[in-house]
Ligand binder design. Structure first.
Ligand code: PBG
Ligand code: ZN
Length: 323
């Protein structure tokens, strides 16, 4: 490499045209996935207090948001369900007429160009708010696998392109893969939330999904924020079990993990810019402390630069419209 005065990196920064020519990382609408919260009902749109612009919606209203996303060329949508009734096993999670299942059917019929992803987890559906069934106050890993498989099959039956387990039970990718295959859904993909950390950045989401655990926390199954090598083991285990793509979550505070997972696996990597990351940007912008649009774009570009192929973000439609 040459050095100053021959090397003058500013030469290629002089104009927008020059900068565009040598830009290494690009962000495209097709790389963004919009999360939505669906519940039963009609014409329902309930704002989520800690997430400006995000709402719980009934399926008809969700379709309006999905149309806006598709118009902006957003690549996909991920559905979370907010059920009317909860119980100890979260049985509403595999209700064929649940809001997620109805939502998937409606999306595949009305907006076939959007990739439809479903979040597979029990926490929105259990009365205790944990991501699996409880036994002696602890989440029972192996007993939960069967329930997750049921939910995943119901999503596949409704027409989901991708199911995305976010529960962090061990062995769930294998359980879901073999259940899907056994039910004739070998073409349905699995996007595993492989490196999902026990994060305080999920706070606003739990208001949106009404999924705060009644007792305790999720540290017994989600990852310890201090661990990076363990993230690689989690990811490799999920790939071995049949994950087609892997996710790192949250995104911004875990870019080292995104980078390593991409470099060391070469698999499609997703990163989830979670509710707290979104809420912080919105709140600071609201106070006039930062420029919302620029920080939004920079945060997404940074996640791409780290190695994410696609990003789950509440900014999906807004960012896609700017691109
Ligand atoms: C549920 C789930 C959570 C998120 C996605 N799926 C929350 C949690 O684990 O408590 C968080 C998403 C966000 O914060 O935007 N398993
Ligand atoms: Zn959960």
């Amino acid at each position: 490499m040459s050095s100053f005065p021959h090397y003058r990196p500013r030469r290629l920064r002089r104009t927008a045209a020059l900068r565009n020519l040598v830009r290494e990382t690009h962000l495209a609408p097709s790389q963004l996935v919009l999360p939505v919260f669906v519940r039963d009902g009609k014409k329902l749109r309930r704002p989520v207090g800690s997430m400006p612009g995000v709402n719980q919606t009934s399926v008809d209203e969700m379709l309006r948001d999905a149309e806006a996303a598709a118009k902006a060329k957003v690549g996909g949508i991920i559905l979370f369900g907010v059920p009317e009734t909860k119980d100890a096993t979260g049985s509403a999670a595999w209700d064929e007429n649940g809001a997620v299942q109805m939502g998937v059917r409606a999306l595949k019929k009305e907006i076939p160009e959007l990739v439809v992803i479903t979040d597979v987890c029990m926490c929105e559906y259990t009365d205790h708010g944990h991501c699996g069934v409880l036994k002696n106050g602890d989440v029972d890993n192996d007993a939960t696998l069967e329930l997750l498989s049921r939910a995943a099959i119901s999503h596949a039956r409704a027409g989901a392109d991708i199911v995305a387990p976010s529960d962090m039970m061990d062995g769930r990718v294998q359980a879901i893969r073999s259940s899907l295959d056994g039910a004739g859904f070998s073409e349905v993909s699995i996007l595993s939330y492989a490196a999902k950390y026990a994060s305080a950045y999920y706070g606003p989401f739990r208001e949106a999904a009404e999924s705060t655990p009644k007792t305790g926390d999720r540290r017994g199954y989600q990852m310890d924020p201090g661990n990076a090598q363990e993230a690689l083991r989690e990811v490799l285990a999920d790939i071995e079990e049949g994950a087609d793509a892997v996710m790192v979550k949250p995104a911004g505070p875990y870019l080292d993990i995104v980078s390593r997972v991409k470099a060391e696996t070469g698999y499609p990597v997703a990163a989830y810019q979670v509710s707290g990351e979104y809420a912080m940007i919105c709140a600071a912008a609201d106070r006039g402390w930062i420029e919302k649009e620029r920080v939004m774009m920079e945060s997404l570009l940074g996640i791409r630069r780290a190695g994410a192929d696609f990003i789950v973000t509440y900014f999906a439609t807004e960012a896609a419209n700017k691109l």
